[in-house]
Design a protein around this ligand. Sequence first.
Ligand code: ATP
Length: 605
Amino acid sequence: MIQSDKGADPPDWDRKLSTATQPRNGLSQILRHVLQELSLFYSRDVNGVCLLYDLLHSPWLQALLKVYDCLQEFKEKKLVPATPHAQKLSCEVIELLRDIPNSPEIQELRQILQAPHYKALLSAHDTVAQKDFEPLLPPLPDNIPESEEAMRIVCLVKNQQPLGATIKRHEMTGDILVARVIHGGLVERSGLLYAGDKLVEVNGVSVEGLDPEQVIHILAMSRSTIMFKVVPVPNPPVNSQKMVYVRAMTDYWPQEDPSIPCMDAGLPFQKGDILQIVDQNDALWWQARKISDLAACAGLIPSNHLLKRKQREFWWSQPYQPHTCLKSNTYKEEYVGSDQKFFIAGFRRSMRLCRRKSHLSQLHATVCCTGSCYSAVGAPYEEVVRYQRRPTDKHRLIVLVGPSGVGVTELRRQLIEFNPNHFQSAVPHTTRSPKSYEMNGREYHYVSKETFENLMYSHRMLEYGEYKGHLYGTSVDAVHAVLDEGKVCVMDLEPQDIQVARTHELKPYVIFIKPSSLSCMKESRKNAKIITDYFVDMKFKDEDLQEMEDLAKKMETQFGQFFDHVIVNDNLQDSCAELLSAVQKAQEEPQWVPATWISTDAESL
Ligand SMILES: Nc1ncnc2c1ncn2[C@@H]1O[C@H](COP(=O)(O)OP(=O)(O)OP(=O)(O)O)[C@@H](O)[C@H]1O
């Protein structure tokens, strides 16, 4: 804390400053004036002035402003090398030192001047000072025929980066044309070549009659500079489109796509990646880069339309397989955790056996196939925007997803127990009648089958299933009831139900709970129990863990594009901490969300 010595004389700041070298009109000078003014109030002991005086008077602020002023002065000066021959000068000094009687200082100076890194530094200095890094351009030919007047000679200096342009042969004329200029590449940054320019010569070699591959070979052989002679395209295309961000909903590997115009220019991506689309001029091939690497040159990706077509072709080329959904919903009667300290609504216990028995699972299987087949027929890209929840906005719904037994319920329970005033589950609906100790709206909302089915068919149910002849499910309104109280609603969903929850009103943040490796699971789940249909808890068998791992892989393959965060549930305490931090980030930090959640008139790609 900064303390002020009330009543004491103001420190002698003016004198200190006047002895220092002050740049004219610098910030230091302004500060000096402010302090002069303040010193009047300081002596009158005006409230708060001492604190401000001490702050402005602090040596670190003084030093910082001095540095700032020096930098400002330096910025205005034009940099001119003291000598462009520092290396030669250094050699001369070494020669002179030979004639001087030896002393420790002379010896040290000689050592410094002869050190290889120092010599390299001087050499680099001279290169820059003499500006001999600029390319030596070959002289223009004297006798340029009149017909070549419209030609342009472009010289590019090669560096480590690819040139960033593709070429093709015109089907009719056989001319070699620049097919596309890649955003962020050397060619694009030079602004000298455009898509449609006709190549006439490369490094003095005529390209007439050559294949694109032969031209590429000439380019590959060129060393430092490449000279193109081109007939410029009359109206070079201008990329005036705004940049769009999308979430990839499928994987794409250019190496496996024979239809890509230039495999080397392709951008591979995986579902869930956020891409910045920088060019959509071509109806089939767009240019994009990953937001994780925005400094990189863009790459080619199939357009929305083209990728959809590819997905459909692939889908139809597959042999028929009956659709088996990952998991359908079943509900245990209620949560009876042994260490439950207080009542928490909305906890269900599930079990594979029970699930298989469920009659409704068959019905649900057909419904949810649209979800599991999503990656095959759905939109390949989803437009996204950065969303930062405002403190007055409702909280985002937190959805936990994971294979049965991985610890979804355990993590959710621990999160709610951590702060039940902030985190809460939604109260589910059921068609069974309440037990004597149950209260409508506490354990469940008890409704008739007809009401339940109405909710189902009007899409007001986020999830539903059947257990022992009764329907169970969680409604959108039950989630809203939690959110309206200003709390964070935490629920677990089967992955095929995520799509139903993905609405602008709930803005779900999906966390995938993933099992760790089999060997780690065997160790960490030694004492863990699977909850069975008969309330007899059973230890995990090896095949349970293997099944969990297989299911997790399937979930990631089919639904990975929807996961905002992945937690590997190895150590329970670590996973709880990670869950808490992820949930906080979801509410407080900007996240990529579908553009349609933010503005209803967002254009679809
Ligand atoms: N990281 C962990 N380390 C050790 N035991 C764990 C861990 N996570 C969960 N468990 C235990 O594993 C068992 C199964 O967890 P849980 O009931 O949460 O599974 P689930 O994912 O909800 O599956 P289901 O939906 O089938 O009930 C519980 O006994 C739980 O305490």
